[in-house]
Design a protein. Structure first.
Length: 103
């Protein structure tokens, strides 16, 4: 059974939080983490360094929200303004959508 760490989270109305598996890039410890949106790194509960990162990419909480994905199945893209498209991080295919036409 995993360790339980008590967190004194301050409730802020309307503030979004992220939750998921985290890993420390210093000592490789893994744990379940909760952080405010915009948090890039956090303190490892084992080695006490600010080297904790989420293992996976952020994912929207609404399961009914449409998600674009590449033909290869990946949902990780780099936004490319030069060709107004999204380049798949896994296979390199670039897809374009009308959502960037106003940029």
């Amino acid at each position: 059974m995993g360790e339980v760490i008590k967190l004194a989270l301050r409730e802020v109305p309307g503030e979004l939080r992220l939750a998921g598996e985290a890993v420390c890039t210093a000592c490789k410890h893994r744990w379940a983490a909760v952080a405010s949106v915009g948090t890039r790194e956090f303190r490892c509960p084992q080695c006490d360094t600010m080297r904790g990162l989420f293992v996976s990419a952020c994912w929207p909480g609404n399961e009914n929200e449409p998600i674009w994905n590449c033909g290869c199945g990946s949902v990780l893209f780099l936004i490319r303004m030069a060709d107004k498209g999204f380049m798949c991080r896994e296979c390199g295919t670039t897809q374009t959508f009308n959502v960037l036409d106003s940029a």
